[in-house]
Write a protein that binds this ligand. Structure first.
Ligand SMILES: *Cc1c(COP(=O)(O)O)cnc(C)c1O
Length: 422
């Protein structure tokens, strides 16, 4: 461990020496010792088109020679305007107002603050969010409050504000209880909304796939039911698509795949193809209009130094072009995963096979309790690197989330190795 570096999400005392990466190309990373590993998880779920993609590198280089940064209050620039247009053109119709920040946690934080203030602007006092078990929305205090309470948040629990928590009806291939689980959650949701309609600022969720919570997946129908309840009771629906955005679930956004129109959507990870820190919170016209006032108390007093950084926006535009060009890959990868599942299905140690677009996951059965600290994760991680694969199980959940440049034979190879390992 380098004497001056403090790594995130790392238990210092037991930590293995971090692997030093020298370079990346396509789906592969080259380590300092010369080994190559196939990146099965798109770095930290951020990479879309492969590492060091020349088109994005060039866009950043050219933008850096033109304008590297400018204060975004009172000033604007082409890259921000273009990226905002590209994203909103693809989002559901009413989502038209893009607020820039620079990471997923702040995208969610902004979404929550905007939702809260929206009601204030309308003269209502709605303080509480309805959130889901197993959720992860980031590590700032608001995002943490909305996320699942666990070892990760334990130390800070006195600082976190209360939210109302309902179950996430996770499902998998062959799950016969799906509709029953979903209906029970919807009943619970509607009971809350029915009892105290003026209490809730919004419903916040990761649509289709809960990422850090263990790649738990829900159905499109469930999102439609949530949307319906949300409309009936006139609250706001916030989608945290920090992970599911930009093709991950087999459509440009999970809300599009589910044909659901949230009021606020938070995007980050894939937005620049994994090159630059950037995020957006996109709000409906109606929400934006509630802030459209000369009254300072109705103004959104929030911003970050690197808001709408031109290099990030330029990377985002270049990445978006590649996304359009490679639409067939991210839309087709679900079928590849499903085909490969047949190789592993029936394995006595694997269960709950599930897939949404480019993301595939299954659980490893072992005798320990499930969850992040399940020791199987560490062993698999180490053995995989020896086999030339970068995999990072979430506890006993093994998942794949490859960059879209991965070829079908490469994916087949990954599944073969996993079959041998388990
Ligand atoms: C990663 C993630 C976040 C937090 O994003 P950061 O950029 O790590 O702050 C929020 N929500 C979801 C769904 C995520 O996957």
């Amino acid at each position: 461990m380098h004497k001056n570096i403090w790594h995130p999400f790392t238990i210092i005392k037991d930590a293995a020496e971090p692997l030093k990466v020298k370079s990346g190309k396509g789906a592969y990373l080259t380590l300092e010792d010369g080994r190559q590993v196939l990146d099965c998880i798109s770095s930290w779920w951020v990479n879309l088109h492969g590492h060091a993609h020349p088109d994005i590198a060039k866009a950043i280089y050219e933008q850096a020679q033109q304008l590297e940064h400018v204060i975004f209050a009172g000033f604007t620039h082409d890259p921000a305007e273009q990226l905002a247009e590209l994203i909103t053109d693809e989002l559901p119709k009413k989502l038209n107002r893009v607020f820039f920040s620079d990471n997923g946690s702040t995208a969610v934080e902004v979404g929550m603050k905007v939702a809260y203030q929206y009601w204030k602007n309308l003269g209502q006092d709605r303080k509480t969010f309805i959130c889901f078990e197993g959720a992860y929305h980031g590590d700032t205090l608001g995002a943490m409050s909305a996320g699942d309470r666990s070892t990760f948040t334990e130390v800070f629990k006195d600082w976190l504000f209360d939210v109302e928590v309902i179950p996430y009806p996770e499902t998998w291939i062959g799950d016969t209880e799906r509709a029953k689980k979903e209906d029970a959650v919807i009943d619970q949701l509607e009971l809350l909304l029915d009892e105290h309609p003026e209490k809730y600022a919004g419903i916040l969720m990761e649509p289709l796939v809960q990422g850090a919570g263990g790649m738990r997946m829900c159905s499109e129908e469930f999102l439609q039911k949530v949307h319906w309840s949300n409309r009936q009771f006139d609250t706001l629906l916030l989608f945290d698509e920090v992970m599911t955005g930009f093709g991950r679930t087999g459509d440009y956004f999970a809300c599009k795949r589910a044909q659901v129109e949230p009021d606020i959507i938070c995007l980050s990870k894939g937005i620049t193809g994994g090159f630059m820190p950037l995020s957006v919170t996109v709000c409906s016209d109606e929400i934006y209009e509630s802030f459209n006032s000369s009254d300072p108390i109705k103004t959104f007093w929030h911003g970050h130094s690197y808001t709408a950084n031109p290099l990030g926006c330029a990377a985002g535009i270049a990445s978006w072009k590649l996304l359009k060009e490679n639409e067939a890959t991210f839309k087709g990868m679900e079928a590849w995963h499903l085909e490969q599942f047949t190789k592993l299905e029936g394995h006595p140690r694997l269960e709950k096979f599930r897939v949404k677009g480019t993301i595939a996951a299954f659980d490893l059965k072992n005798d320990e309790e499930t969850g992040y600290f399940n020791s199987v994760a560490k062993r698999i991680k180490e053995e995989c690197v020896d086999q030339g694969l970068l995999l990072r199980p979430l506890g006993n959940v093994l998942y794949l989330m490859p960059p879209y440049c991965l070829t079908k034979p490469e994916l087949e190879g990954i599944y073969e190795k996993i079959g041998e390992l388990v």
